[in-house]
Design a protein around this ligand. Structure first.
Ligand code: RIB
Ligand code: CA
Length: 318
């Protein structure tokens, strides 16, 4: 039996690899992609999601455009990391087959959660604005979902926007706070997602001779040298793809339950997702936080998915 997955994303290079992995994994069925502001404004992330689907020959997957701004704070985007349009690569101009559905992403999430009640896993790999809005529309959302798996926060490590805050949570801290409080999410923070790397030279058959090959290469290598040095890694951290890998194979992440809160005030605490490791708050656990990742298993899963997609593309060109 396949597991239905809805990906709420702000594509984004690592989002693109997360989508590729979900589409290629035999145990997952992607029921849709909802888009949100984040790496770029939502018009661009929606266009990018559509272009990714076209490049991967999966224009059958519905796209729902979502929030163009955070709940309360000002919009901040990250073109300096993922490229001017929010993504690197050689992407097609999306055609009418991928035109977004009529529903707003938040409504689409609720509809899909009701349709796949108890089975759907929601992967939150951008700011959590759409997920928080979906919860406002349908307070039973957590009970309708099998899990909400989020790329967010820094775990027990350092942030990437401030020393405490990671981009997805920092972009919309109020939405993240709502999801943490209401949805008992599974969360992979930067301290484990920085284990999720895949150097392109490990892949058989990845050449830059086609738009697909060029795009995958660009997505795998979106970090500049400064960033690699800062985080002490040899290739780019593919944060969002780790979330999908963990949905496909739960052994990819080791998790523990913790009480956690999100800093919503401005200043140094903004967007900090803070786990209480010693129980000092006395609060009940409300998140399953990743404490370790199996990087080799991740590389097998993502590398296998990329190789399958490249082979399929070669077959259709023959
Ligand atoms: O901090 C990493 C997260 O922010 C990822 O989801 C990446 O796509 C960026 O948006
Ligand atoms: Ca993302």
């Amino acid at each position: 039996m396949t597991r239905p997955v809805l990906i709420d994303a702000d594509p984004g290079c690592d989002d693109a690899l997360a989508i590729l992995l979900a589409l290629e994994h035999p145990d997952l069925e992607v029921v849709g992609i909802s888009t949100v502001h984040g790496n770029a404004p939502v018009d661009e992330t929606t266009e990018n999601a559509r272009a990714i689907l076209e490049l991967l020959e999966r224009t059958d997957v519905p796209v729902a455009r979502g929030a163009d701004r955070p709940l309360l704070v000002d919009l901040e985007t990250a073109e300096h990391i993922h490229g001017e349009s929010g993504i690197e690569g050689d992407l097609p101009t999306p055609g009418p087959e991928t035109r977004p559905v009529d529903a707003h992403a938040a409504q689409f999430i609720v509809e899909q959660a009701r349709e796949h009640a108890g089975d759907l896993v929601l992967a939150g790999i951008g700011p959590l604005t759409n997920v928080a809005l979906a919860h406002a529309l349908e307070p039973d959302l957590p009970a309708l979902l099998a899990d909400v798996v989020v790329m967010g926060g820094a775990g027990f490590g350092q942030g990437n926007v401030t020393p405490l805050a990671e981009a997805n949570v920092h972009s919309d801290p109020h939405a993240a706070a709502r999801v943490v409080d209401a949805c008992e999410p599974t969360i992979a923070g930067l301290d484990v997602t920085r284990e999720a790397t895949l150097a392109p030279d490990r892949l058989d058959g990845l050449t830059r001779a086609s738009p697909l090959g060029r795009s995958i290469h660009a997505w795998l290598t979106y970090y500049d040298d400064d960033r690699l040095e800062r985080y002490g890694i040899e290739s780019a951290a593919l944060h969002d793809a780790l979330v999908v890998a963990a949905i496909a194979d739960p052994t990819v992440l080791e998790t523990d339950r913790y009480p956690a809160t999100v800093g919503t005030e401005s200043g140094v605490a903004r967007g900090a997702l803070v786990p209480d490791a010693t129980g000092v708050t006395g609060d009940e656990p409300n998140v399953r936080l990743a404490v370790d990742a199996d990087g080799d298993r991740f590389r097998d899963l993502l590398g296998g998915a990329i190789e399958r997609r490249l082979e399929a593309a070669t077959r259709t060109q023959r």
